[in-house]
Design a protein around this ligand. Structure first.
Ligand SMILES: Cc1cc2nc3c(=O)[nH]c(=O)nc-3n(C[C@H](O)[C@H](O)[C@H](O)COP(=O)(O)OP(=O)(O)OC[C@H]3O[C@@H](n4cnc5c(N)ncnc54)[C@H](O)[C@@H]3O)c2cc1C
Length: 532
């Protein structure tokens, strides 16, 4: 039987040989870095490949950690990437969620409306039609259109050639038509005006902490369809996933160097030459480098602005990174029976009504947050209902800006602690009111992650949890290109999330292999396999 606090990530050790030069160096052992390494080694033979990671274990934002005998996790939902796991030979026992995908509560003044969003697009469509019979025809049209649009994304090329660009309007007309459309714009197009219906649908743009009037329609529809089509979580702790990836990568001959922070991406004559790790003298030389870290850090600090053309620098300066979060992880005593509380779903979400995400996002852009008893958006997750470990609950508030969190932590620990406690009490109060009566009486361990925690852990100075924000103005051709201005330095930024991270690996390896692996396709579709 599994030791209930054993963390898989701790079983992964550095195995680098210290060779002076590699064919490929990857910066970061999160899902993007591990996917890149795995796809690359699966499609090349004998290539010397190194992943350099600053933390003591792989996984990046996909992790689990132990506090006083309780195990907490960051991530909660595994989208439909089972075919990629099979392809890579990864065995991660997964628990499916075939019934309810999300319990969604919306608070209007003193009233609460509860929706039970079912898994599966067909089920969701039927459910919405039942809830909003007057809009049934519009709902069916919107959902059918979204499915077709997402299917057409499969026809897109990650880095289109001129020939691709000429054929795209015929192969993917719905994608082309919606490249600049926001999710709110898509709902308008289908004349969905009922406030309550929009509230439910906009759940999927607020997934990324972005209001629907700024979120990309294609990305939001993609996030909705890829996560709810078939959704899972590991039976074990979430770190079993990156640990399995790291182990497989090492089995394929890949090397991982942990506790090694890249402080410089070395450029010689406009071409990448390697990386320098903090505390090391010699540069680790590399034919190619893939960076999966915060693009502001990678390009402006690690490469250096002197190596970048002014146009690219301007583009970088205009980028909005995604928000951060405040997370309250709670270990509870045995006196509470979580199984009876109807919480065993990937997400339980409660928020105030329409306009909430807009207000929260605007405050985040100002560097702060607008959470208050009248304006909030919070997720409640219960991992222990699956893992069988001691009772845990996670409360997550998004979006939070980095604000003063870093300076409080560095210069005023008393204030930092007080702010943490204040926000923890705020979120615990909401959870208690809407999901878990008497929650505070059962708390044994409380672990609070702030934007400063995310900044330290990920290396992103803004503590961004979803990389570049999923804004329509940063989508598709307007996103940073995978090819950087430095020759042989690549930066895959297709999208965030486990699905997005794995597609980062797919796209960049395909690019480095001149399309021999995935035919240039933007989504996973290895050559010789029919499109899913
Ligand atoms: C709280 C939370 C909950 C989430 N829930 C979900 C979910 O349920 N489902 C889902 O699909 N997605 C979820 N996400 C998003 C998802 O976890 C991320 O989008 C994804 O894991 C990002 O992977 P990545 O490899 O691109 O980046 P990261 O995970 O950030 O990995 C980058 C790695 O680079 C390392 N690094 C940084 N700088 C350096 C340096 N200079 N030198 C060496 N190494 C460096 C970091 O330590 C890190 O390990 C969640 C994210 C968070 C934070």
């Amino acid at each position: 039987m599994m030791e209930k606090t054993a963390l898989a990530k701790q079983g992964i050790r550095s195995n680098d040989t210290g060779r002076p030069a590699y064919d490929l160096v990857i910066i970061g052992a999160g899902i993007s870095g591990l996917s890149t390494g795995l796809m690359w080694l699966k499609n090349t033979q004998g290539k010397k490949t190194l992943i350099v990671e600053k933390n003591p274990y792989p996984g990046g934002y996909v992790t689990a950690y132990e506090r006083n005998g309780y195990v907490f996790e960051t991530t909660q939902l595994f989208p439909d990437i089972v075919n990629i796991l099979d392809y890579l030979g990864l065995e991660v026992p997964l628990k499916p969620f075939p019934g309810t995908f999300m319990r969604r509560l919306v608070v209007h003044g003193n009233g609460v409306t509860e929706y039970r969003i079912p898994a599966g697009v067909e089920n969701f469509t039927v459910y919405l039609c039942e809830q909003f019979p007057g809009d049934a025809a519009k709902i069916r049209k919107l959902m059918a259109y979204s499915v077709e649009m997402f299917a057409q994304v499969r026809k897109l090329k990650a880095l289109p050639t001129l020939g691709d660009m000429l054929t795209t309007p015929f192969a993917a007309p719905k994608v082309v038509a919606n490249l600049n459309r926001t999710y709110a714009g898509l709902l308008d197009r289908f004349r969905i005006t009922d406030d309550r219906l929009r509230e439910v649908l906009e759940t999927f743009s607020s997934f990324s902490g972005v209001p629907s009037a700024r979120a990309s329609a294609i990305l939001t529809a993609g996030a909705m369809l890829s996560s709810m089509a078939r959704c899972y979580r590991p039976y074990g702790f979430f770190d079993t996933f990156p640990a399995a990836m790291a182990r497989r990568f090492q089995e394929l001959g890949g090397e991982i160097r942990l506790r090694a922070e890249v402080e410089r991406i070395v450029v010689e004559n406009g071409r990448v030459a390697g990386v320098r790790v903090k505390g090391d003298e010699p540069v680790i030389r590399a034919e190619r480098v893939v960076t999966t870290v915060d693009p502001m850090v990678a390009m402006r600090r690690l490469v250096g602005e002197e190596h970048l053309p002014p146009k690219y620098l301007d583009r970088l300066k205009g980028i909005v990174m995604s928000p951060s979060s405040l997370n309250v992880a709670l270990g509870l005593d045995d006196g509470i029976d979580l199984a009876r509380l109807d919480l065993d779903y990937p997400y339980n979400v409660v928020s105030t009504g329409r306009g909430t995400t807009e207000r929260l996002f605007d405050a985040f852009l100002e560097g702060g947050n607008a959470f208050s008893p009248e304006c909030f958006h919070m997720a409640v997750i219960c991992p222990s209902l699956t893992t069988g470990a001691k009772n845990t609950v996670t409360l997550r508030g998004v979006p939070f800006g980095i604000g003063d969190w870093l300076s409080w932590r560095q210069k005023d620990p008393g204030r930092y602690q007080a702010e943490k406690e204040r926000w923890a009490e705020f979120f615990i109060g909401i959870a208690e009111k809407y999901f878990i009566p008497d929650l505070s009486r059962h708390i044994v361990v409380k672990d609070i992650a702030t934007p400063a925690t995310y900044a330290r852990y990920s290396g992103s100075p803004t503590g961004s949890i979803y990389d570049m924000a999923a804004l329509v103005t940063q989508f598709g051709p307007k996103r940073l290109p995978m090819k950087t201005p430095v020759a042989n330095l690549y930066q895959p930024k297709f999208a965030h999330g486990l699905y997005g991270g794995m597609m980062n690996g797919v796209q960049v390896v395909d690019l480095m292999l001149d399309r021999a692996f995935n035919g240039g396709n933007s989504l996973f579709n290895p050559q010789g396999r029919p499109a899913a």
